[in-house]
Design a binder for this molecule. Structure first.
Ligand code: NAD
Ligand code: MG
Length: 387
């Protein structure tokens, strides 16, 4: 492929788990991809190192206090340096960008993602919180602008891969697989006293702290149910979750003739990242291959939503709709942060999320400003409930 056909990519959150793996994919496929923009929250050291290696035109550091350090290192190399949330939100509009990978974590992804869509950029979407908070706004804007949302989340990538060649065939249902996290099969007594250190040890995936805690509480799967609703235009009854501890089947689509298609492979996020960046092409890779003989049994169980209530709360939020998924997300971001600082216990997290969902006032069709307000008020309420 010549220089002309290279995809020019902006990676938002390049210093995180998804971001660094995306850069590994780019490094292995330099004929296909060119890095145009890199952004990070506060890790200036790694951002500088990445910029020296990948030579983007622009970098943005979220933390304004780190601007001088990044500028001093990169300006002499001809790399433009900006700082702060406004710069992050507007950098995605640059003419030279073909695709934006949203690999930053949480609600912070919403504004840059909306701006990127508004500017007509295709999105490789890792930041699931954006679709949870504003699925209606994001998907309708994408439709209006003719922008594609390519899922990076492994389950949604699996569904998307199963749908290739089937886009004219209605989906009967999908089955999202869940590893069950580090506390699968544990009882209430055990969960009462689990620590963040225990929760941060995920059996199958090495991810950022927030999503790792979400995986332990099953909130991650709840957020993914809502993400799937918006990506694939599904109703609540069409989305099932099945616990599959080996994480080999990444998800399943069931069609109206009863046939089911699954996408499989070893758990390695580089594969869904590469599929999203390279779509519609499957680029060759040297990722380790799956061997059935190393896995004599693939097992399946029902999720325990009585004990891991977040999954049930996410279904409830999806059913109520409006600003309630935004409430769920904001409350969750607050409690996860507090859990990581030892300020709430594991089982208090869903309690606080549930209280926020019952106390916040319902807005049936929120516009952007109403979502911003909901997010802000929910964070205040959740923080009060913690203290
Ligand atoms: P991470 O914590 O490892 O990295 C987050 C990145 O975002 C970092 O570069 C950080 O500097 C940046 N960032 C954080 N807060 C920011 C802010 N307020 N403003 C600007 N930048 C900010 O997270 P991750 O595990 O890579 O996850 C990123 C997203 O991808 C999340 O939405 C997560 O749910 C989703 N995801 C991750 C995985 C995975 O394997 N890690 C899998 C599926 C989906
Ligand atoms: Mg996932």
């Amino acid at each position: 492929m010549g220089e002309q056909q290279k995809k020019h990519i902006a990676i938002l959150g390049s210093t995180g788990s998804i971001g660094t793996q995306a850069l590994e994919v780019v490094a292995e496929n330099q004929d296909n991809f060119e890095v145009e923009v890199l952004t990070a929250g506060s890790n200036a050291t790694l951002l500088i190192e990445q910029a020296k290696a990948f030579k983007p035109n622009v970098v943005v550091i979220g933390a304004e206090g780190k601007y001088d350090e990044v500028f001093a290192a990169l300006d002499p190399l001809g790399i433009k340096v900006y700082a702060g949330d406004n710069a992050l939100a507007s950098v995605v509009e640059m003419d030279t960008i073909d695709m934006v990978l949203t690999a930053l974590v949480g609600y912070a992804g919403l504004r840059p993602t909306l701006n990127a869509i508004e500017a007509g950029k295709n999105i490789a979407l890792a930041n699931k919180e954006t679709l949870v908070v504003a699925g209606e706004l994001v998907t309708s804007l994408a439709k209006e602008k003719g922008v594609n949302l390519y899922p990076v989340d492994s389950e949604h990538s699996a569904i998307f891969q199963c749908l290739a060649g089937e886009f004219h065939n209605p989906i009967e249902k999908i089955l999202l697989t869940a590893s069950g996290g580090p506390f699968r099969g544990k009882d209430r007594k055990f969960l009462e006293s689990v620590t963040k250190e225990q929760a941060l040890k995920h059996p199958n995936w090495d991810m950022g702290a927030k999503i790792t805690i979400d995986s332990a509480t099953l909130m991650n799967k709840g957020l993914e149910v809502i993400e799937a609703k918006w990506l694939f235009g599904l109703k609540k009854e069409q989305i099932d979750v099945v616990v599959h501890p080996q994480s080999i089947i990444h998800s399943i689509v069931q069609f109206e003739d009863g046939s089911m298609k699954a996408q499989m492979g070893l758990p390695d996020m580089k594969l869904p990242i590469q599929y999203a960046l390279g779509y519609p092409n499957r680029l060759p890779s040297n990722f380790p291959r799956f061997n059935f003989l190393n896995y004599p049994s693939l097992t399946f169980e029902e999720p325990n939503t009585k004990l891991f209530r977040n999954l049930a709360l996410a279904y409830e939020a999806m059913e109520r709709g409006g600003n309630i998924p935004c409430v769920l997300n904001a409350a969750n971001e607050v409690v996860v942060d507090a859990f990581l600082k030892d300020k709430v216990s594991f089982l208090e997290m869903p309690d606080i999320v549930e209280t926020c969902m019952s106390k916040m006032s319902f807005i049936p069709s929120p516009e952007y400003d109403a979502l911003v307000q909901t997010d802000k008020e929910t964070r205040i309420l959740a923080s009060e409930l913690i203290n």
